[in-house]
Design a protein around this ligand. Structure first.
Ligand SMILES: [Mn+2]
Length: 302
């Protein structure tokens, strides 16, 4: 089962202006073939299906715990997309938008009009071309070495896509998220590499990084490396998954420093709220009425 903390894994900068085409590119990192939905669901189902949960506990703990971190990654990428699509984040209620004035006229010319038609200017579970995320992206073979090898490949493919999206947009919200997830993906690739090394003797982490550019060359990733995030594997459970430290030990392939298991999640930052968008009827055309009902609910509870 899962506990939930109402925070993002990092503090995202507030968006300065709408950037719908950057949001469309960033969708690749959420619901594309190598997006966070895929890392989440691959590790989640591999943990459900894991055979020998006691005998092979360090490997089970590693996969199950990384799956939990990935839940926070889909949350972070969705928050980034919502930031890029938001018209009025942090602003007062907007009233009196005339639907006849074509207030969403701009959205017919953006890369992904579905954001504004289906999502109400919010993230959707799709890739960069609006293709919906698909369960066929999940590989869960029942064979531990094969699954770990797949996960190593999945992490470096995801890294490749992150770097390409980074090269497409200089939007500071997108780049903050990508910098952080490059570092976290580096940890996960290294963790699966170390797991394979312990099982096979093959020095997988010598292949890293793929592509052959260090995270330290990306300023937004270097910021998190300077804070040591590339060494940390967070244990996302009050009591469980403690044996992952039998695999997550030794040198970081990023810089040779000693890696460490951190008990508990990162401090993180506040969740994002896109506020009211009258043209999208989100959360309503006149949200004041809904807010009044919610207020009465609080008053009754007193
Ligand atoms: Mn991830």
């Amino acid at each position: 089962m899962f506990l939930r903390i109402d925070r993002l894994q990092i503090e995202l900068p507030m968006p300065k202006e709408q950037d719908p085409n950057a949001a469309a590119a960033v969708q690749a990192l959420l619901g594309g073939r190598f997006g966070e939905m895929s890392t989440l669901m691959n590790y989640m189902y591999q943990s459900f299906n894991f055979r020998g949960k006691k005998a092979l506990k360090p490997y089970y703990d590693l996969i199950a715990n990384i799956a939990t971190e990935e839940l926070g990654h889909i949350e972070l990428v969705a928050a980034t997309i919502n930031s890029l699509l938001a018209k009025n984040p942090g602003k007062d209620l907007e009233e009196g938008v005339d639907p006849a004035s074509t207030p969403l006229g701009f959205a017919k010319d953006v890369r992904n009009a579905a954001h504004f038609i289906a999502g109400g200017a919010n993230s959707l579970v799709m890739g960069a071309m609006g293709e919906h995320w698909n369960g066929e992206y999940v590989f869960t073979s029942g064979n531990l070495i094969l699954d770990l090898l797949h996960n190593f490949f999945l992490e470096v493919a995801a890294r490749t896509h992150k770097l390409r999206v980074y090269e497409m947009t200089d939007n500071p919200v997108a780049r903050e998220m990508i910098g952080y997830l490059l570092v976290r993906g580096g940890v996960h690739a290294a963790a699966y590499g170390k797991a394979l090394e312990s099982l096979t003797g093959v020095e997988m982490t010598k292949m890293l990084p793929i592509p052959k550019i260090d995270n330290s060359k990306i300023p937004e990733a270097k910021k998190y490396m300077d804070l040591g995030f590339h060494r940390n594997l967070y244990r996302f459970s009050p009591e469980d998954y403690r044996d992952l430290g039998l695999i997550w030990k030794g040198a970081s392939p990023e810089d040779g420093t000693e890696v460490v298991v951190v008990d508990g999640p990162p401090t993180g930052g506040p969740v994002f709220d896109a506020g009211h968008d009258a043209a999208e009827f989100a959360p309503e055309f006149h949200p004041g009425e809904l807010y009044e009902i919610a207020k009465k609910l609080y008053e009754k509870a007193k």
